[in-house]
Design a protein around this ligand. Sequence first.
Ligand SMILES: Cc1ncc(COP(=O)(O)O)c(C=O)c1O
Length: 399
Amino acid sequence: MDQSAALRRISPSPTLAITARTMELKRAGIDVIGLGAGEPDFDTPDHVKEAGIAAIRDGRTKYTAVDGTPELKAAIVAKFARDNRLTYAADQITVNVGGKHTLFNAMVATLDAGDEVVIPAPYWVSYPDVVQFAGGVPVIVPAGPDQDYKLSPQGLDDAITPRTKWVILNSPSNPTGAGYTADELRGLGEVIRRHPHVWVFADDMYEHITYDGFVFATIAEVCPDLYERTLTVNGCSKAYAMTGWRIGFAGGASWLIKAMAKLQSQSTSNPCSIAQAAAVAALTGDQSFLADRAAAFQRRRDLVVAALNQAPGLHCPTPEGAFYVYPSIAGVIGKATPGGRIIDTDEAFAAYLLDEARVAVVQGAAFGLSPAMRISYATSDALLTEACARIGAACMALR
Ligand SMILES: Cc1ncc(COP(=O)(O)O)c(C=O)c1O
């Protein structure tokens, strides 16, 4: 038996692969610092854990409605109203097994062979693969450091064709941390408005992790006329440090929400009932710790940006949010390692850092824009300081 054609179109997630490799090295007793993982090092808040435990004790351990319990949908409706000034009814809300599952459902439910999806690069690794799995064609639009890693209205306009079904916007971004201001979203909205067949997948997963007073905005909020054709996507993974609980959600047109539920009814069925109960506590409970955690991430961002900009050959922009930096490594390309290996790609540089400096990062190639690397700074100040010192020394050792 062979793999299906659909499966052959995709690759395993490169970021999960690097996390697995880091864990393997650690198990083998090697002192490697992992800066590859895309999850907060903070713990799930206690009141959220307690809500999960209570759900188990109360016997809320059975099937639920396929795309979310009424309680969780009500909490999500309230969240969109509170945080984003967006009004959704319960039948416009879907709950899925993580934000990745929301993406999967939306693409598989809407794409026919050859349909195009505009994806600015650098992008979250799953976008192109999920689009390809669904039979669609990713249309990658470079948005490099020269444009602060943001898609320009012109770049978007040039990428749209009669086959375009979706444009994916992710703010703040994985992997660059770049965030779109309300005005920048309005500029993109002007283009989308002129192409009524194009829908927006607004991935707001890092909404609550922003810095320096950056004001988060989402496109359905700032361009109300695009509300009908926007799927506003969010989840519990990053804000509430709940990556393992697997709860993602979205608000959008009721026919699309229904279509996604139809697919989910024949695949995962409901997200875990216990995780859903915990998500209600996360979304309806005290939100004040979000700002404290963002402040902690901001300190780490500042530490990492300053240290990396000292390393010869690296240039690290200062991001508006998320917990990643995406330094350009153009200045080390063409140099030789002490062992005589030439750093000809960002993959070679990431391999050098892992083998010689014992720091795990993800090469820019995985995110569609080279030469660069993604560093996740969701780890302790002490480890970050040590990791940056190792990277700095590794850069100094290049000739
Ligand atoms: C931009 C973005 N969107 C969505 C997700 C999905 O998160 P999860 O499936 O863990 O909820 C991630 C996770 O890395 C992400 O970085």
